[in-house]
Design a protein around this ligand. Structure first.
Ligand code: CMC
Length: 393
């Protein structure tokens, strides 16, 4: 073979050519299929953005309605999957449950009678199924953790309203979805919908490159997203802010701690592999956090601590020199809290948002007929040696 270069963490290696998401980390620019994230967050809906990412163009009115109808009609879960839920302990982390259940969908779909369909037709159906069923599985994993009855989806509600209904409605009282919360959720999902070749997306593409099923690839993406250095950061941010609050709100102390390499403590929600400038999503989310809390009349001391912490870090030389800015996860948890979403569901919320991005990237990889992902290595282990019998060791 030719020269092998070592690039730990793939910091300088492009793994693919992609036409989906443009990101300029120096300037803080993010566009899906050419459309600036700011415009999409303001004017679009999550399902429209999903269509855009997956099929490459904004849908016509007719295309949009057909797409939304299909997603709405596939939200039910096979009753046998309920039985899988019953086997999980109540304190199971919903991300583990979700990864397992999405993987289990590959045992149900495509249905045997669909085997005569073309790959494209099967794919389109599986895409709709994923977009439709993952919110149901996500809400059920939460309900199960509460020991509450599971809520079936309601087809007269829109995507976000339906998710909130499945999360929060109880048989003992009336529940009406707050439109402010539903729209805020829609915006959050749009902001999370794709982010080019990040850890979970690269995972989806590499699993898919072996021609494993779409469900298997998405399940692997969910596992990758779970980690605290990736999607798990939004949960860690709230835990960190709680800790600072309990410790008297002394943000300076934690900024110092984050600078100390021996402390093993990092400012969660700060820094990014690609953004060396403000994360454009963080800007929008910060504004949304203010809006949502105002509209709901909620005063959250964690929001004040977050703002103080951001201010202290942005004015500190350590953070300035390393170009560490708040990322998408820094303020999102505060909005989720205001919506009543529990901390251990935060990364699940990220999953709902990222789903169309993963699907679009998987589809692009298959359509471009990319070769199987198979990185090389630099071997640094022992040279050849003789086997030693056990009694001589
Ligand atoms: N607090 C303190 N120091 C930091 C932080 C932080 N949050 N992030 C980076 N640094 C320092 C790091 O110690 C290093 O310093 P030095 O050059 O002196 O060794 C320098 O900044 C560069 O950091 P790095 O770890 O080499 O950068 P990376 O690109 O490998 O890591 C990151 C990126 C996001 C994993 C990292 O910034 C981090 O751990 N942040 C906290 C976790 C977090 O918020 N993750 C969410 C990322 S955005 C959404 C998502 O992906 O899900």
């Amino acid at each position: 073979g030719g020269l092998i270069t070592l690039d730990l963490g793939f910091k300088n290696t492009a793994s693919t050519k992609s036409a989906i998401t443009f990101l300029d980390g120096e300037k803080g620019i993010l566009r899906y299929r050419g459309y600036p994230i700011e415009q999409l967050a303001e004017k679009s809906t999550f399902l429209e953005v999903a269509y855009l990412l997956i099929y490459g163009e904004l849908p016509s009115k007719n295309e949009y309605e057909t797409f939304v109808n299909k997603v709405t009609r596939h939200t039910l879960i096979n009753e046998n999957i309920r039985k899988i839920f019953e086997g999980f302990p109540a304190n199971a982390h919903p991300m583990g449950v979700l990864a397992a259940l999405v993987s289990s969908l590959s045992a149900f779909y495509p249905r045997p009678e669909e085997s005569s369909m073309s790959f494209e037709e099967q794919t389109d159906l599986n895409i709709i199924r994923l977009l439709a069923k993952v919110p149901t599985l996500a809400a059920w994993s939460y309900k199960n953790s509460q020991g509450h009855p599971l809520n079936y989806p309601k087809n007269n509600l829109n995507y976000c309203e339906n998710f909130l209904h499945m999360m929060f409605a109880l048989p003992v009282e009336d529940y009406e979805v707050d439109p402010v919360i539903a729209r805020a959720l829609d915006v959050l999902l749009i902001l999370h919908a794709d982010h080019e070749q990040n850890c979970s997306t690269s995972t989806v593409r590499i699993v898919g490159s072996s021609h494993a099923s779409l469900y298997a690839a998405i399940s692997a993406g969910i596992s990758a997203l779970w980690g605290p250095l990736h999607g798990g950061a939004n949960q860690k941010v709230i835990e960190m802010l709680e800790m600072i609050k309990a410790d008297g709100g002394n943000v300076k102390k934690y900024v110092e701690l984050a600078k100390d390499k021996n402390s093993n403590f990092r400012l969660m929600g700060f820094g990014h592999r690609v953004y060396k400038n403000f994360d454009p999503r963080a800007r929008i989310i910060k504004q949304q956090a203010d809006n949502v809390l105002n509209k709901l009349g909620i005063k959250d001391p964690l929001l004040d601590i977050a703002k103080e912490l951001e201010h202290a870090a942005l004015n500190d030389d350590y953070f300035k020199e390393r170009k560490l800015y708040p990322n998408v996860d820094f303020y999102s948890g505060i909005i989720y809290r205001a919506m009543g979403i529990p901390v251990n569901m935060f990364t699940v919320m990220f999953t709902l948002g990222r789903l169309p991005g993963w699907i679009a990237q998987w589809k692009e990889m298959r359509e471009n007929d990319e070769p199987i992902g198979r990185p090389r290595q630099l071997y640094i282990g022992a040279t050849e040696r003789e086997y030693v019998p056990m009694e001589k060791r």
